[in-house]
Design a protein around this ligand. Structure first.
Ligand code: 1CP
Length: 341
């Protein structure tokens, strides 16, 4: 059996990179909005294996991406630990804010997330044979920033304050997240996930010793914990907007693939990282919304900058709801060389 294109690109540089997009299932697709309306709400969709499977498959059917990412959310782990989670219509996720691990427990995590693991099992059967299945979780700092603030915040100020003033209490939350995340990701791999991604969306709000303690160390602990359990799948690190040396991040966390955000200095990173590390990224999601010549130019520039590297084409952050699906189809055709740049 020939290897799947995505997995092949991890071992050998390809003439054309494989492509998938962060948040490729979602509100920019009318078929997603229809299923979400039927499900009753976003969380009902996440915990319904049949419907979660369906929305995961939608972008694969429409665009034939090389990889499929499990439909779930990084905030399901806090809920599984016992924190109240809900969605405010038109706004986003909300959690009852906490400032220590008191009241949270690991005991119920496995049964709470069992429906998500069932979605992975279903996908491992229903995905086309050439499509790679990616499992994921949020990295502890990013997830904890929502747990402490109770919502998304522009600068993660509540979590930074707790980490600075009560580091033991903050550490207790991070430690619990590391444990729960190792269990959850190992279960995803047992159910059929072939690659894992750790989303550190808010890496950019920390630097220096705080970045090392709250971003780098917990991600390293998750990856070494997974390896100690015999999990061998490739792992994608995505420290978005991180103010750190990327070669150091990769070496110390142990990730095999580095996801680059829109602002990353592609040329410098392509030159400075060891050649066995696979790069992923980093088209600006807003350029995909606008399309046209700017889209072609940016695709060409990304392909050029990474031409000497093992590389996976992606966005620099999640796709936004305003994205015209026709632009996504065009992006895939251009990256695959089915249309001239
Ligand atoms: O239908 C809806 O209204 C919900 C929109 C939505 C979707 C489609 C949310 C709410 N989450 C998701 C799915 C999701 N989230 C996936 C799987 C689907 C896919 O990638 O195709 C993944 C991997 C995530 C990851 C996620 N959730 C992140 C990390 C990536 C990133 O974009 O930075 C974060 C920060 C979240 C939290 C979250 N969930 C949803 C929203 C709107 C947010 C951000 C809230 C905020 O910061 O205010």
């Amino acid at each position: 059996m020939t290897q799947k294109p995505f997995l092949q690109a991890l071992t050998e540089k390809q003439a054309r990179p494989p492509i998938w997009l962060m948040r490729q299932a979602g509100r920019y697709l009318p078929e997603y909005r229809a299923v979400r309306a039927d499900a009753g709400g976003f969380l009902d969709l996440c915990y319904n294996p049949k419907l979660a499977e369906e929305v995961t498959l939608q972008p694969i059917r429409r665009f034939g991406f090389d990889a499929s990412i499990l439909f779930a959310d990084i905030l399901l782990i806090p809920e599984a630990l016992g924190q109240k989670l809900w969605f405010e219509t038109g706004e986003g996720p909300r959690l009852e804010p906490i400032n220590s691990a008191a009241g949270l427990q690991l005991g119920g995590v496995k049964s709470h997330l069992a429906p998500v693991i069932e979605t992975v099992s279903r996908l491992s059967v229903s995905l086309p044979s050439e499509t790679t299945l990616i499992g994921f979780a949020g990295a502890p700092w990013t997830v904890a920033s929502y747990m402490v603030a109770g919502r998304g915040t522009p600068d993660q100020a509540p979590a930074r304050l707790l980490a600075d003033t009560r580091p033991q209490d903050f550490q207790s939350i991070i430690d619990l997240l590391v444990e729960a995340t190792i269990d959850y990701l190992a279960a995803q791999v047992d159910a059929g996930a072939e690659v894992l991604q750790l989303f550190e969306s808010w890496a950019g709000s920390l630097s220096g010793a705080a970045f090392e303690r709250w971003c780098l160390a917990p991600v390293a602990a998750i990856i070494s914990g997974l390896r100690a359990r015999g999990v061998t799948v490739p792992i994608i690190g995505f420290p978005r907007a991180a103010d750190c040396d990327m070669a150091d991040y990769v070496a110390r966390t142990g990730c095999q693939i580095l996801g680059l955000d829109t602002g990353a200095d592609r040329k410098a990173i392509a030159q400075s990282l060891p050649s066995d590390i696979v790069l992923q990224g980093n088209l600006d999601p807003q350029v995909l919304v606008r399309g046209g010549d700017e889209l072609r130019r940016d695709i060409a520039s990304i392909m050029e900058d990474f031409s000497a590297r093992k590389f996976i084409f992606n966005l620099g952050h999640g796709i936004v709801p305003q994205t015209p699906p026709a632009h996504v189809a065009e992006l895939v055709a251009l990256v695959r060389g089915e249309k001239d740049l």
